[in-house]
Ligand binder design. Sequence first.
Ligand SMILES: Nc1ncnc2c1ncn2[C@@H]1O[C@H](COP(=O)(O)OP(=O)(O)OP(=O)(O)O)[C@@H](O)[C@H]1O
Ligand SMILES: [Mg+2]
Length: 238
Amino acid sequence: MSLRVRDLHVGYATARVLNGVEFDIADGQSVALLGRNGMGKTTLVRALCGLRPPAVVSGSIEYDGVDICRMPVHRISRAGIALVPQGRRVFGSLTTLENLNVVSRRRAADSDDPWTIERVFDFFPRLAERSGSMARSLSGGEQQMLAIGRALMTNPSLLIMDEPSEGLAPSVLDVIQDRLAGLRSSGLAVLIAEQNVDLALDIADHVLVIDDSGTIAWSGLPEALRGDESLLERHLSI
Ligand SMILES: Nc1ncnc2c1ncn2[C@@H]1O[C@H](COP(=O)(O)OP(=O)(O)OP(=O)(O)O)[C@@H](O)[C@H]1O
Ligand SMILES: [Mg+2]
């Protein structure tokens, strides 16, 4: 898997948000996308997944050498990109099990160790306990586990997560952080948009910071960002 984004311009009817975003994700790489509120993290991940709005104005998004910029969302999913959306977006009136079963699993045949319901339940034992419960009755943390499990059921080669830590209690955060570290060491490529800098830096090999110019204002190693107080303050209000 490889993702290559070049000179990407993305916006809405009312405003241009991204103005020339460029970055790469290599096979197995774990990349954090940081930036304050409203800088365009969600806009970027939605554009990568083919979700509209926003609209891609110009630029290229290559996945395994294929331009996916104008591909419909289901084909991008089939190509191996899965999104855990901001706010989780599980199907509230379906059970935990049903949420996992509705996912298209076409890619399972291509992977040597495909994700199954059993494997998701082993990965998040809490979901097995809540298997028959309506998703809307799950806690925020359980819903986040379900959203991640649902994305894994598509057998992605790139897992994109949009603020998975948002609104979670610290105890649940620890579980999520541990599981994300597990995914990273399994060799799955990950792009994680976060405001929680500690969590993001903990699981990232590489960091991108997006700012109000709509471009990647800083790109580098987690250690370098951790040590740069003025950068943290300027871009992340820390
Ligand atoms: N559907 C929309 N229509 C018009 N403008 C939008 C839409 N969604 C987002 N925007 C605008 O695009 C800009 C970037 O928003 P975006 O949601 O991508 O930021 P973000 O970095 O994900 O923020 P947060 O950390 O709060 O999730 C903001 O100015 C926002 O108001
Ligand atoms: Mg967002």
